[in-house]
Design a protein around this ligand. Structure first.
Ligand code: P6P
Length: 322
C-alpha cells in the first residue's frame, strides 16, 4: 500500500512539483469531506452569484475555489494560479517556479442531485521573470504541462495523476486519511463501443459530427459496423474516469449556438489536463481537427471543442472531419 507522497518522491526529482501536488491533495481531502457532509453542513444549493463564465455558482464552487486558493497560496513553489472561478490569475509567491490552473468543482450542477463531481488541475512551469498576475504567463500549450490530474468525488475519492511518464490512480483511504496507489500505468483500450455526448445539442453540431453520430446510432447495420452504448453524466471528470477504466469516447464538440466560441469546455483547466492524462494513457485528445495540446492559448478562459478517449475511435471522428 504505497502512499502518494512516497510515490511522488520515487517518480519525480522536482521537490517543488512534489510539494504542490501534496498540497493540492490537502485541499481536495477537505473538499471531499465537505461534499460528503453535503446538506448536513449546509453547503448545497446556489451561492446566489455568477462566475466569470456567467454560470450560476453553487456554494461548493465558491468553497472549493477558496480552499484551493488558500492552500496553493501557502505553497512557496506556487508563483501563481488561474481558476475557472476567477476572472483574473492570482499571483502567489514571487520566487515560485510553478503555475497551477484548476477547475475547483467540475460538474457542480450535479452536486444538488448527489452525483459525482471532481477537481481538475494542470501544472505549468513559470517562465523566468513571468508576471504571475498576468494572463500571458499562463498561455502555454498543453504540451508544456509538467503534471495534470483530477480528483473524483464519488462513492470513493480517487486521484488520477500523470507526471508525464504514464497515468496512475490513488484511492483516498479514510481510515488513514491518505491517497494510496491503486493502479499503475493505466492504458485506454484503442477501440470502444461506448460514446458520451449531450445528444440534445445534435442540431447545433457541424455536419461531419452529425454524420458520425448518426452512423454510430445505426449500430451493426451502419457504416461503423458495431453496436454502441451511450453514457452522459454531465460531469467531465466522471466521463473521463469511465474512459480510464473501460475505454470510450467523450465528445463536447463545436456547436453553432455561440459561433465565436469553439465549444463549451475550457482549454486551460479542462481540455489540456484531461488531454495530457488521456494521451499519457495511450488515448487521443482532439478538437476533431487537431491535437488539443498543440493549441497556442489566447486567453485563460478560452473554450475548446473536445473529442477524447480510445485512440482508434477519435481517429474515426477526425476522418469524418477531413
Ligand atoms: P451539459 C460541467 O458543467 C461541464 O463543464 C462538464 O463537466 C460536463 O461534461 C459538461 O459541462 C456538461 O455539459 O451541456 O451536458 O450540461
Amino acid at each position: 500500500m504505497q502512499r502518494l507522497r512516497t510515490f511522488l518522491e520515487q517518480h519525480s526529482d522536482n521537490p517543488a512539483l512534489i510539494n504542490v501536488i501534496d498540497g493540492l491533495m490537502v485541499a481536495c481531502k477537505d473538499i471531499a469531506h465537505r461534499i460528503q457532509l453535503g446538506a448536513a453542513a449546509g453547503v448545497l444549493g446556489s451561492a446566489e452569484q455568477e462566475n466569470v463564465q456567467g454560470e450560476c455558482q453553487k456554494k461548493l464552487d465558491v468553497i472549493s475555489n477558496d480552499i484551493l486558493k488558500d492552500v496553493l497560496a501557502a505553497q512557496p513553489a506556487v508563483k501563481g494560479m488561474a481558476s475557472e472561478e476567477e476572472e483574473l490569475p492570482v499571483a502567489a509567491n514571487s520566487a515560485g517556479s510553478l503555475l497551477v490552473l484548476f477547475d475547483p468543482l467540475d460538474g457542480s450542477s450535479n452536486i444538488d442531485i448527489n452525483v459525482t463531481v471532481g477537481t481538475i488541475f494542470s501544472i505549468l512551469p513559470a517562465r523566468e521573470g513571468a508576471d504571475a498576475a498576468s494572463e500571458s504567463a499562463y498561455l502555454q500549450p498543453g504540451n508544456a504541462q509538467l503534471a495534470a490530474g483530477y480528483v473524483l468525488y464519488g462513492p470513493s475519492t480517487i486521484l488520477v495523476l500523470t507526471l508525464g511518464n504514464g497515468v496512475y490512480s490513488f484511492t483516498l483511504d479514510p481510515r488513514i486519511g491518505e491517497f494510496v496507489l491503486q493502479r499503475e500505468q493505466i492504458r485506454i483500450a484503442a477501440d470502444t463501443k461506448e460514446f458520451a455526448i449531450n445528444m440534445s445539442n445534435q442540431r447545433f453540431w457541424l455536419q461531419p459530427m452529425q454524420t458520425y453520430v448518426g452512423d454510430l446510432l445505426q449500430g451493426e447495420e451502419g457504416p461503423l459496423g458495431k453496436r454502441y452504448n451511450m453514457r452522459w453524466i454531465a460531469s467531465m471528470v466522471a466521463e473521463i474516469h469511465r474512459i480510464m477504466t473501460r475505454g470510450g469516447i467523450f465528445m463536447y464538440p463545436y456547436d453553432n449556438r455561440e459561433p465565436n466560441k469553439p465549444g463549451k469546455l475550457r482549454l486551460m483547466y479542462e481540455g489540456n489536463p484531461m488531454s495530457f492524462l488521456v494521451q499519457q494513457a495511450g488515448g487521443k485528445a482532439s478538437t476533431a481537427f487537431n491535437d488539443i495540446m498543440d493549441i497556442q492559448p489566447q486567453g485563460i478562459h478560452e473554450r475548446v471543442s473536445v473529442v477524447m478517449g480510445s485512440a482508434n475511435e477519435v481517429e474515426t471522428v477526425e476522418r469524418y472531419h477531413q
